[in-house]
Ligand binder design. Structure first.
Ligand code: H79
Length: 419
């Protein structure tokens, strides 16, 4: 679960009575709001309904394993108690609590990993940070000063005061010089050698690839990667944005990403009271219901072997020795789906919703493929040029919107070339 939460939750996409286009968290930049004015939002920020346990339970019940939260976004406001800048939630708001501390405890309690988003280059509150050109003259920018007195000390605080952190999630390195990306990597390694860093730290550093926002690669990608994505059209809370993806869309995106070897980092934007919007929570709950039954097809998967054919029924996820067929679109009366040129033998087959009820597996053309119970037939003759596997489905989906069939294989699978 990605969480974008900051001062921008107070205006929630509105400024002086006007609905502002674009991402909620970009409001200060969009309207070139002077820091002296934007900073006053802190006085109104009192998210008394914030409950770390509830947030973590929403993530856990959706099947999520780690949380990445904006410790500091581009606006430069720290959402944690910071000694090096009092422009932070503990010192500058009536709330007077450190939500990161509470989240760290809740994550420990429910077994999720806590990770911090930290905008390392853009900082619209510090004269030396990138991109605030309306309060500060770009010609006088002193990034070194910003790095030494805010960026590095705050990263140090985040990796010192909250227990083990899974990822330092950086963003928009922009024109930040290479020496700073290197310094951040060294700083993180010195404090928490097991903490991952995403590639957005810049200059090709980082332990795994962050794809572009909401971007899914066309093909499987073997190196570890992740797609950060929105649940509607904003990251930070906006009252006006109700363009929610449905649970069914999210499951398809999740399967597509996992099938290509990636992780899905899906965002929620809590409001100024500290509450995750009810719509978001409701949609995630539905995804969680599907995950409870079908999670085996998601956790621990690696990039699938390339299926040379398009299909009109669904998608595939894979882990060595197991192939998961995700059926979204029920085929016609014959209810048959085919995997052509699959060079592995199916040893066992079952629906994840009915793990104890095996689907019979036959060699060759028998039994008759007309109607009847679910069955797998296959023609797999080593040395022969013809290979295929057919699955006959039951009359109706079992776990709408995606019924998952596990095919256990006699070995690691390859799909054949097209001849
Ligand atoms: O944190 C979320 C976004 O705020 C952040 N990345 C995700 C994870 C992000 N930073 N930059 N961008 C996304 C893309 C930048 C878009 C921009 Fe614009 C186009 C910046 C200036 C022009 C959109 C339009 C935002 C302001 C105006």
């Amino acid at each position: 679960m990605f969480i974008h939460w900051g001062l921008y939750a107070v205006p929630a996409g509105m400024w002086k009575g006007e609905a502002v286009h674009g991402f909620g968290e970009w409001l200060m930049f969009r309207k070139r709001i002077p820091l002296a004015e934007y900073g006053k939002l802190a006085g109104q920020f009192n998210p008394a309904d914030f409950n770390a346990d509830e947030w973590v339970k929403i993530a856990r019940d959706a099947g999520m394993k780690y949380i990445v939260i904006t410790a500091k976004h581009h606006d430069g406001f720290a959402m944690f108690k910071s000694e090096c800048s009092d422009y932070n939630i503990y010192d500058a708001t009536p709330f007077k609590r450190d939500p990161m501390k509470e989240l760290a405890e809740a994550c420990g309690k429910y077994g999720l990993k806590l990770c911090f988003y930290y905008s390392q280059a853009q900082d619209w509150a510090h004269p030396g940070g990138l991109n605030n050109t309306w309060d500060y003259d770009p010609a006088e920018k002193d990034f070194e000063k910003y790095y030494n007195e805010k960026c590095a000390p705050q990263i140090r605080e985040l990796l010192t005061n909250y227990g083990p952190i899974g990822i330092l999630w950086c963003d928009t390195p922009g024109v930040m010089e290479k020496k700073y990306a290197k310094a951040i990597v060294e700083l993180v390694r010195s404090l928490q050698p097991d903490c991952l860093i995403n590639t957005r730290v810049g200059h090709e550093y980082g332990d795994y690839t962050s794809m572009s926002d909401n971007a899914i690669p066309r093909f499987a990608y073997k190196k570890p990667w992740e797609t950060p994505a929105t649940l509607n059209d904003t990251w930070g809370f906006k009252t006006g944005d109700r363009k929610w993806k449905t649970a069914s869309e999210l499951i398809r995106l999740l399967v597509d990403i996992n099938g290509k070897g990636g992780n899905y980092l899906l965002n929620v934007g809590p409001d100024a009271k500290g509450v995750i919007p009810a719509e978001s929570a409701g949609i995630l709950r539905q995804v969680g219901e599907w995950m409870k039954i079908n999670g085996d097809s998601i956790y621990g998967t690696v990039a699938s072997p390339e299926d040379p054919y398009m299909n009109n029924w669904g998608n595939i996820t894979y882990k060595p020795g197991k192939l998961y067929l995700h059926v979204y679109k029920w085929p016609d009366e014959a209810r048959m789906i085919y995997l052509m040129h699959m060079r592995a033998e199916v040893t066992k087959a079952y629906f994840l919703a009915q793990p104890d009820k095996e689907i019979p597996v036959f060699e060759g053309m028998r039994p008759s493929t007309d109607g009847g119970e679910p069955v797998v037939t296959q023609r797999y003759v080593p040395g022969n040029t013809t290979y295929w596997t057919m699955v006959r489905l039951p009359e109706k989906p079992i776990t709408d919107p995606d019924t998952v069939i596990c095919l256990e294989l006699d070995r690691e699978m390859e799909f054949g070339e097209l001849i």
